[in-house]
Ligand binder design. Structure first.
Ligand SMILES: [Cu+2]
Length: 390
């Protein structure tokens, strides 16, 4: 009776605890599940978006069920035997010794169960480790406390940036006022990858051990200073996916989230172009004074990449797209006219604005058009003139 009472009290305490926990969930009612990230009151693994993560789900549930079946089976037999053959109902113990049959059975059955669990698990582990034939390789470097991404191979090679927790989240944390579904998961620069491509992630670290983990991809790999490890994923759905550093790495361990943006191939191409332009813009010194020939050579590339689609490689244009060969604007010794058109566009946007190009690129392409084909003006536009006109 005393025991029953103690048990009941324990159960009540547990119930109250659960109630308080549920109530705290209700108090945070403004928090919703984050698609690709944690869900409110989440119990299961994250919804998988890669084959590997799907397989992991299957393995997880398969093994859990096998264990459950064994647990129920073994304990049923045990309790049945204990109750049925207890002394008070007059059970007499059998007196046999050493049964070969029983010994063979209890060796072979567990052996089969272990093999049945190990085979599919090994298959998945081997697949997880197969990082060959990747479409894109990205090096993820752990720092205290942020991630650095370097695109090494494939489309986007050369792109490199740091990914740091959004400052407003740091402030919310300091103030003890969490808000938003992506609390402590928002970064300034997410890792961007195309959908349905094999992405190989090489992990390493700069200071202490970190780990790169994105649950929806079924990926978790330690990032160890002085060592290189790798893992891979092929996301099958576009969207935003979130993870965190998964190796206790110091006091800001909770403040180095991972945000992977999976986009269509087209969007990825655009993003790569943007990043390239940003990097070029950073690389060029806009105060540099150029020689005519160098600037023309640079401008020819800018023209081929950005202008030739409309104005044609030979500058002849077509229909409403004005020819640049012999254009009064291009030939004019007042350079400001063309600078103005390049910076602001013309024809209500038919001629787009090229503000996103760097000063050096704009100066180069103008200089090129002023000296290409039969436009032999000998005029040069320096990047500083673009800086001044912006
Ligand atoms: Cu870390």
């Amino acid at each position: 009776m005393k025991i029953m009472k103690a048990l009941w009290q324990q159960a009540r305490r547990l119930g109250l605890g659960l109630g308080a926990w549920a109530a705290s969930g209700a108090a945070l009612a403004s928090v919703n599940s984050l698609p690709g990230g944690p869900a409110v009151n989440q119990l299961n693994l994250h919804p998988p978006v890669t084959r590997i993560a799907e397989e992991q789900h299957f393995l997880h549930w398969m093994m859990l069920i096998i264990c459950l079946v064994i647990f129920v089976g073994v304990f049923s037999v045990m309790f049945y035997s204990i109750l049925k053959h207890r002394k008070s109902v007059g059970a007499k113990a059998a007196s046999f010794h050493e049964s070969t049959t029983v010994e063979v059975i209890w060796t072979i059955v567990p052996f089969l169960i272990v093999i049945g669990m190990a085979l599919p698990a090994t298959k998945v582990v081997v697949a997880m480790k197969d990082t060959t034939n990747a479409d894109i390789t990205v090096k993820a470097t752990g720092y205290q406390w942020k991630w650095g991404y370097d695109y090494l191979n494939g489309e986007g090679a050369g792109i490199s940036f740091l990914s740091t927790l959004d400052v407003t989240h740091r402030q919310m944390s300091d103030a003890g006022q969490p808000a938003g579904d992506d609390y402590l998961l928002k970064v300034d620069n997410p890792l961007v990858v195309p959908v349905n491509k094999k992405i190989r992630i090489i992990t390493t670290a700069n200071d202490v051990i970190h780990a790169w983990m994105v649950p929806a991809f079924g990926v978790k790999q330690d990032a160890i200073p002085g060592f290189v490890r790798d893992t891979w994923f092929r996301a099958e759905k576009t969207g935003d996916y979130y993870g965190q550093c998964a190796e206790l790495c110091g006091k800001e361990h909770a403040y180095m989230p991972i945000h992977v943006k999976v986009v269509t191939e087209e969007e990825y191409g655009k993003w790569v172009d943007e990043q390239r332009k940003l990097m070029q813009a950073k690389a060029d010194d806009p105060t540099k004074v150029w020689e005519l020939a160098d600037l023309i050579a640079r401008g020819e590339k800018v023209y081929a990449a950005n202008c030739a689609a409309c104005h044609k490689a030979d500058g002849s244009g077509a229909g409403p797209i004005k020819a640049l060969v012999g254009s009064a604007v291009v030939l004019d010794s007042d350079k400001s006219k063309q600078i103005h058109i390049l910076l602001n566009g013309a024809g209500n946007g038919a001629m787009p604005s090229w503000k996103q190009l760097s000063d050096t690129e704009i100066a180069a392409v103008i200089t090129y058009t002023k000296n290409a084909w039969t436009n032999r003006t000998g005029q040069i536009v320096q990047p500083a003139e673009i800086t001044a006109a912006r």
